[in-house]
Structure formats: structure tokens, C-alpha cells
Design a protein around this ligand. Structure first.
Ligand code: AMP
Length: 224
């Protein structure tokens, strides 16, 4: 099973992908995380991606598809995986189809209005080591907060600045918007309200995934 998370930046895709990973064992495959790591490590791929990421525009399809193809063919993705931030346009969706079109998929479109997106991104922090996501409202005031998973320093993402946030939203509407229409035609497409708190959003996602996984197992003849 493959889970595809759609939704604007800040809608909670990364947080929900991590929860899905924990509950179902499907690794979170986040192109943003993989690219940020490549930038941090100064790899050739990171060098190609860095300037575009800083501006809030999409990295080339060629680079991103390569990153995803390498990741999803690793052993831990054999049973399935959760895609966070990929595909982001129709070209990428079609490339994914070519790579692994036969795998059953569930598409979750997490929606959130623009005001809430800006508010959330402006107050978001991530761990500089493991990239876990935090809301600054949940962090202790006045202290240098550390990641509760690995102890790493919490930082603001370079592209979580107001002008870059606006640019990312424009790119989302223009490039990723048409994807929603493309995936809506598929049978396993669900809308999820990203404005609710994290646990409620995840509760809804769990109900959907449990039902879909049961169907997949039934079709495969595992459960009769
Ligand atoms: P994210 O962490 O998903 O918000 O991604 C951060 C940045 O990484 C984006 O603004 C893009 O510059 C780049 N990026 C991530 N995923 C993709 C993708 N699927 N296609 C192109 N660029 C991407």
C-alpha cells in the first residue's frame, strides 16, 4: 500500500506522515526532508536543489524523481510507504505511475485555508538533526528548546519566512492544484480537514487507512 498525502505547505502532511509511519510501519518518504538533508550534507544533488528551495520554488522533476526512485526501492518500503510532498505536479505523478503503477494507493488531500497556513508556517520549528516538526506554541518559553526525539537543536526552516511562504503558496496553487483534480478521479481519494487538531486529523486518517488496508488484504486473498 502506498499513501499519498496532498495539501498545501503547513497543512500537516509531515506530522501525519510520521504518525502513519509509527502506526502502520510504512516509512515516511518526504522529498522535502530528503532534499534538506542533501543540502545540509553538501552533496551534488543538494547543491542542485539549494537555490530553488531557498526561493520557495520547485526543484527540477528530474532531481526529485531520482531521489524518490532511490528511496522507494529500498527494502523497508517493500510493504508500502507514505509520500509526503511528492508528487507535486502532473509530470511527477505520471513518473510515479511509471515507477510503480500497480501498487494500490490511497490519496489523502489535507486541506487548510491560506490564513491558517501562514500562521502555522510562521510559528513552526523543525529539529536540525531528525527534522521532527514542532509548533512554537508547544515549546517552553524563553529556553533553547531541544528535540524530544533526538536532542537536536530546533530551528526555523529557511523557507518559513513570510515572503517565501507566499511564494510557496503560489507554487502550490499553480503546480499542485491540478494534481487534486487528477487524483480525484481515482477511487481511493479522500478529503481530510487539516484545521482540526493533530489527534483528530489522525483519527480520521486511521479510519480511512484501516478500511482500505482491509480491502487490499481481502483482494489479495489474505483475509477471507
Ligand atoms: P516541503 O518540505 O515539502 O515543504 O519542501 C520544501 C522544498 O523542497 C519545496 O519548496 C521545494 O523547493 C522542494 N521540494 C520538495 N518536494 C518537491 C517535489 N516533489 N518537487 C519539487 N520540489 C520539491
Amino acid at each position: 500500500m502506498r499513501v499519498i498525502l496532498l495539501g498545501p505547505p503547513g497543512s500537516g502532511k509531515g506530522t501525519q506522515a510520521a504518525l502513519i509511519e509509527r502506526a502502520y510501519g510504512f516509512p515516511k518518504v518526504s522529498t522535502g526532508d530528503l532534499l534538506r538533508k542533501a543540502v545540509q550534507e553538501g552533496t551534488p544533488l543538494g547543491k542542485k536543489a539549494e537555490a530553488r528551495m531557498r526561493k520557495g520554488v520547485l526543484v527540477s522533476d528530474e532531481v526529485v524523481v531520482q531521489v524518490v526512485a532511490e528511496r522507494i526501492t529500498q527494502e523497508d518500503c517493500r510493504r508500502g510507504y507514505v509520500l509526503d510532498g511528492f508528487p507535486r505536479n502532473l509530470v511527477q505523478a505520471k513518473r510515479l505511475e511509471e515507477l510503480e503503477g500497480s501498487r494500490p494507493e490511497v490519496i489523502l488531500n489535507i486541506h487548510l485555508d491560506e490564513r491558517a497556513v501562514i500562521e502555522r508556517l510562521s510559528s513552526r520549528r523543525i529539529c536540525s538533526v531528525c527534522q521532527k516538526i514542532f509548533r512554537s506554541a508547544d515549546l517552553p518559553e524563553g529556553e533553547q528548546a531541544a528535540c524530544d526525539a533526538c536532542g537536536g537543536d530546533l530551528v526555523r526552516r529557511r523557507d518559513d519566512q513570510p515572503d517565501v511562504i507566499r511564494q510557496r503558496l503560489v507554487v502550490y496553487e499553480r503546480e499542485t492544484g491540478p494534481l487534486v483534480a487528477y487524483y480525484k478521479k481515482k477511487s481511493r481519494f479522500y478529503q481530510v480537514d487539516g484545521g482540526k487538531d493533530i489527534e483528530r486529523v489522525f483519527h480520521k486518517i486511521r479510519r480511512i487507512l484501516d478500511r482500505e488496508l482491509a480491502k487490499v488484504r481481502e483482494n489479495a486473498g489474505v483475509i477471507r
